[in-house]
Structures are given as structure tokens and as C-alpha cells.
Design a protein around this ligand. Structure first.
Ligand code: PEP
Ligand code: MG
Length: 577
């Protein structure tokens, strides 16, 4: 029998060193003890006697309070000023914990059915989970994960004394490697919350927003590791080599020694590292523009630290997650001004891309049966919320004075979308002139190319804008009609799909014909993947906007690519022919 409180060890056959390969999500090296994230915790299902009802209900109340107190303390202390989307997810949890109607239903079930608190909680939560999972909205589906999260937390709190529960949470803050089958945002937050040294997952959802969060936190992570959970048990030593996309389970002493040395080298203090030149250069000396994708103002320093040439994509929608309402024009101005001046280089601000899988808890709107194909990005602004776009444009134009700033529109489908925004832009400028409010007249307009119609209609789009960013995360999901967050169809998310490569090359060729080849940047996660970078360069991309923490590996991949080599140029010219 396993000791109460100690994790039960699963016997997984051979205890020898095992090397499993996957794909790097966030580069780095992490070594520590595994904690397997397993949603299927054993719920104690016991009947109680009528005289135990009240004490069981009291136990339940105490457990909810314990989880809630811990969460509240965590929001206050650790996340007061940190990653915004993480904060929003924690707030979601808190909202559920204060749902008195739900708790009343659990207490009634304890009394009416003589069930233990944990069992009553499980049954009551399952009703909600079933409803959420049946929803077609990715946002509501992801709320099901939040409910499961809470069931686990409350059940844990029910089965331990208050002090032991708090201690167990604190205890988690040792060097720990999280292992999972799927990749949920709440788990990536758990990795940040408990200072995990690395994350390894079987999930292939490498361009999901959960993976983007993981990169933002800078936690070394490897995804797509087949059979991972079958080979790892809680407490096993694990090395996550997220430089080479490898996970080593139960390493031999000599392997651990070798990696400890590599890790030290990888983590050399900045001042000891030779400063790479800005951007990148291929083996045959062709300059490649390298810029940063950022989600929050704090990440501007990552652009500097990684010697990137500017911010190629500022996902401004993450700002909204800071509060349950939209920031005012003044609040937006302050944030943008800070980002523009701190960057001191070009910043491309994407207007709020809300909708689809990027829903804001308190502002959730039902946008039809299929939100990914519904009112999202610029469509949301043009069809429903023009005022919101007007305010954002005003704040950007005013904050951009004396800085190099461009505006980027998400989810553009046709040239008509852009013409409508241009009309609004002119109205805003006129308004600012009439008010004598100073603003920058130099801000250019760009479009995300992430819908196949925009990719094929690239010539019409380029006739309306100054530059385009190719968003391959969405472009591929819409091109192959496979949800980027749906594990069941991730097999279709093949960035080397020939038809897709043909489409990318088509965009570049049309842009080159119009003399706007230099105005095409690729900013999807594909550009941060060192294995795919030679392919992108071979296709003709010369400007990449990447996750800042991938800069070193991407720069190395560029330096190893020789574009004059026959195999590169000839190979890719044939695509689609
Ligand atoms: C994309 O779709 O490739 C992109 C960069 O935008 P996001 O990942 O924010 O949807
Ligand atoms: Mg996108």
C-alpha cells in the first residue's frame, strides 16, 4: 500500500534510461522530477450516514474556502502585474469558486443522497462539464477544463488537513518537470505558478494558445512526445532538452552530468555571451529580418535581450485580459506609449483580435454555431464594435508620435474590409486635427494574411495596405479546415503540406511582382521552428517575426542555411508544379 499522501508509484516496466523525441515548443534545458498531470484522480465515493451530513457539508465549505484563499493570495501576490492572460484564467477559477448556487447544489446532494462531499462534488460538476463539452464554442469547451481543474483542487483539499494542503502546494515549488497528455492553458499556468523547470507533453498542439503561453513564460518545453505518459511515473528524473526537442527519462548518471554542463552553457549570464548581430544572416550572407511576437508590454525587453529588430506582432488583445472591461483610450495610450518608447524600434500593433478561441470571460459573446468562422478580428469591429476600433486607433496614433509604429488588422478577408478601416482611420485623423490633438501621421496600415481568400487575393489586399503579415497558425487551420486546438485533427496541421507551401509561395510571388516583396513578414509559430526555417527561407521569406525565446535557435538555423545551394533553391521552385 502506498503511504497516505505520498504519490502512488506506477510500475512502468524497464527502469532504464529512455530517450523520446518530440518538437521544441520553448527552447532551453530543464532537469528535475516528473509530476504527471493526470485529470483522473481517484474520487473517494462513499455513502455517509444521516448524522454525518452536517459535518460533511462543513468539510466541503472548508475545502472550498481553502482553495479560494490560496487562489486569492496567488492572484494578489504572484500575478498582480504579471502575464495578463494567466491572470484572466485565474480569475475564471475564482469566479467559479464563488458560485454559491453551485455549492448549494453540492450541499443538497450530500444531504439528499447521503453521498460524501467529494462524490457529490464530482456528480454536480459532471453535469456542468458535460454541457460545456457538448458546446461547439472552443471558449466554452475550454471552460470545462477549468471546472475539472477545480474539482481536482477541491478534492485534494477535502482529502488533506488545511496545513497539509497549503504545504503540498508550497512543496510543489521544487525543481519539477510537468508531464501531460494534452496541453491546456491552465496547466501551462500551473507550470508558471509552481516554478516548474520544464514541461513535456504528448500534445501536438504546438501553435495553440496554450503553447504560446508556455513560450511567453520562457519555460523549456517539448511537445509531440509519443508514449510519454506510459514511460514516466511521478518522481522519475527527467531531462527536457528543448534545444534538440528530446525528453530523457531516468537518465544515467553520465547523461545527467553531460546535460548539467550543457545547461550551464545555455544559461550563461547575458554579459558573458558574445552579442549576436541584430537579426540574422544566412551562410551565404543574405540578411534576414528577425522581429519579435509579443503578448504583453513586459516582453519588450525580450526583444532587446534577443537582439531582434523590432516587434513584428504585438497581440494587443491580451491587454483586455487585464481587466473585465476594455481599457479606456487614456489607459491604452499609456500602455502603447510605454511599448513604443521602450522598444525604440519598429512596433507593429495588431488591433484586438477577439473572437473564435480568443474569448474574454466577462465579455463573452455568442458568435454563432462556429465561432472560428464567425465574428472575429476585424469582422467583429466592422460588424459590431466600430467604436472600440475607433478608440484603439486614436490611442495608437497619439502614442506613436516620434516612434516607428504600424497598425495591423487581424482576420482580413477582402480588400473591402481594409477600405472600411481606412475610411475610419481618415475620420479619426480628421477628428484629431479638429481637436488639435497631436498624433503621428506616419503610421502605416497592414493586414494579417490568415484566411485563404486573403492569401489568394493578395494582389488586391496589397493594393490597399503597406505591408502584410502571414499568420500561418490560422492560415493553415482555415486552409485544411482543421481546428488548430482540436487534438483529433492535428494530423492535418502539417506545415509541409505541398498545397500549403504552394500558397505561401504564391503570396511571395504576387508581392514580388508588385514590388512589395520586402513588405511580407511571416509571423505564425512556423517561423519560430528552427527545423522549418530553412524551408521558409527557401520559399523566399526574408522577414520573420518570432517568439523571442526562440531567437537563438532560429538564428542558428538561418546561419546554417545556404540559399545559393542547389538543393534549397531548386527543391522549392518545384512545389506545386
Ligand atoms: C497566426 O494566426 O498565425 C497568428 C500569428 O495569430 P494568432 O496566433 O494570434 O491567431
Ligand atoms: Mg491568427
Amino acid at each position: 500500500m502506498a503511504k497516505k499522501g505520498a504519490p502512488e508509484r506506477i510500475h512502468l516496466g524497464s527502469r532504464d534510461e529512455v530517450v523520446l523525441s518530440g518538437t521544441t515548443i520553448c527552447p532551453g534545458i530543464g532537469m528535475g522530477q516528473a509530476r504527471v498531470l493526470d485529470r483522473g484522480i481517484a474520487i473517494p465515493r462513499s455513502q455517509i450516514t444521516p448524522d454525518q451530513v452536517q459535518s460533511e457539508q462543513r468539510l466541503y465549505n472548508k475545502a472550498v474556502k481553502l482553495v479560494s484563499d490560496h487562489l486569492y493570495e496567488h492572484i494578489q501576490e504572484d500575478h498582480a502585474d504579471s502575464f495578463l492572460s494567466a491572470l484572466s484564467i485565474l480569475k475564471n477559477h475564482q469566479a467559479m469558486l464563488t458560485d454559491e448556487q453551485f455549492h448549494e447544489a453540492v450541499r443538497s446532494r450530500i444531504a439528499a443522497e447521503s453521498k460524501s462531499a467529494a462524490w457529490a462534488l464530482e456528480l454536480e460538476a459532471q453535469k456542468i462539464i458535460t454541457n460545456l463539452e457538448a458546446s461547439r464554442s472552443p471558449y466554452l469547451k475550454s471552460r470545462a477544463e477549468d471546472v475539472k481543474d477545480l474539482v481536482v483542487s477541491i478534492t485534494n483539499a477535502l482529502s488533506s488537513a488545511p496545513q497539509a494542503y497549503t504545504k503540498a502546494l508550497r512543496h510543489k515549488k521544487e525543481s519539477e518537470v510537468l508531464i501531460s497528455g494534452t496541453l491546456y492553458p491552465s496547466w501551462t499556468i500551473e507550470a508558471k505558478q509552481f516554478c516548474s523547470v520544464a514541461f513535456a507533453t504528448e500534445s501536438n498542439a504546438l501553435s495553440s494558445h496554450a503553447a504560446i503561453l508556455l513560450k511567453g513564460f520562457g519555460i523549456p518545453a517539448v511537445g509531440g512526445v509519443k508514449g510519454l505518459r506510459e514511460r514516466v511515473a511521478d518522481g522519475d528524473e527527467v531531462i527536457v532538452d528543448a534545444v534538440n526537442g528530446v525528453v530523457i527519462v531516468r537518465p544515467r548518471p553520465e547523461t545527467t552530468e553531460r546535460f548539467a554542463a550543457v545547461k550551464q552553457q545555455f544559461e550563461l549570464p547575458e554579459e558573458l555571451l558574445p552579442l549576436p548581430p541584430l537579426g540574422g544572416r544566412t551562410k551565404d550572407n543574405i540578411p534576414i529580418r528577425l522581429m519579435a511576437n509579443i503578448d504583453n508590454p513586459d516582453q519588450v525587453q525580450l526583444m532587446h535581450r534577443n537582439r531582434l529588430e523590432g516587434i513584428g506582432l504585438f497581440r494587443s488583445e491580451f491587454l483586455i485580459l487585464r481587466s473585465s472591461s476594455f481599457p479606456t483610450e487614456k489607459e491604452q495610450y499609456d500602455i502603447y506609449r510605454h511599448v513604443f518608447t521602450a522598444a525604440g524600434r519598429r512596433v507593429v500593433v495588431r488591433t484586438f483580435d477577439i473572437g473564435g478561441d480568443k474569448q474574454i470571460a466577462d465579455l463573452y459573446e455568442c458568435t454563432g454555431q462556429n465561432p472560428a468562422l464567425g465574428v472575429r478580428g476585424v469582422r467583429r469591429h466592422l460588424l459590431r464594435h466600430r467604436e472600440e476600433l475607433r478608440i484603439q486607433i486614436r490611442a495608437i496614433l497619439c502614442a506613436a508620435q516620434g516612434c516607428h509604429v504600424d497598425i495591423l488588422l487581424p482576420m482580413v478577408t477582402t480588400a473591402d474590409d481594409i477600405q472600411q478601416v481606412k475610411y475610419l482611420l481618415e475620420e479619426v485623423k480628421k477628428e484629431l486635427r479638429e481637436e488639435s490633438t497631436p498624433f503621428s501621421g506616419e503610421v502605416r496600415l497592414g493586414a494579417m494574411i490568415e484566411i485563404p481568400a486573403a492569401a489568394i487575393g493578395i494582389s488586391e489586399i496589397l493594393a490597399e495596405v503597406d505591408f502584410v503579415n502571414v499568420g500561418t497558425n490560422d492560415l493553415l487551420q482555415y486552409f485544411v479546415a482543421a481546428d488548430r486546438d482540436n487534438e483529433a485533427v492535428l494530423g492535418y496541421e502539417d506545415f509541409e503540406n505541398k498545397a500549403f507551401l504552394w500558397l505561401l509561395r504564391f503570396i511571395l510571388e504576387r508581392a514580388a511582382e508588385l514590388g512589395q516583396g520586402n513588405e511580407v513578414t511571416i509571423c505564425g509559430e512556423i517561423a519560430s521552428n528552427p527545423q522549418l526555417v530553412p524551408l521558409l527561407l527557401g520559399l523566399g521569406f526574408r522577414s520573420l517575426s518570432i517568439t523571442p525565446t526562440s531567437a537563438q535557435t532560429v538564428r542558428n538555423a538561418i546561419a546554417e542555411t545556404d540559399l545559393s545551394a542547389q538543393s534549397i533553391s531548386r527543391g522549392f521552385v518545384k512545389i506545386g508544379e
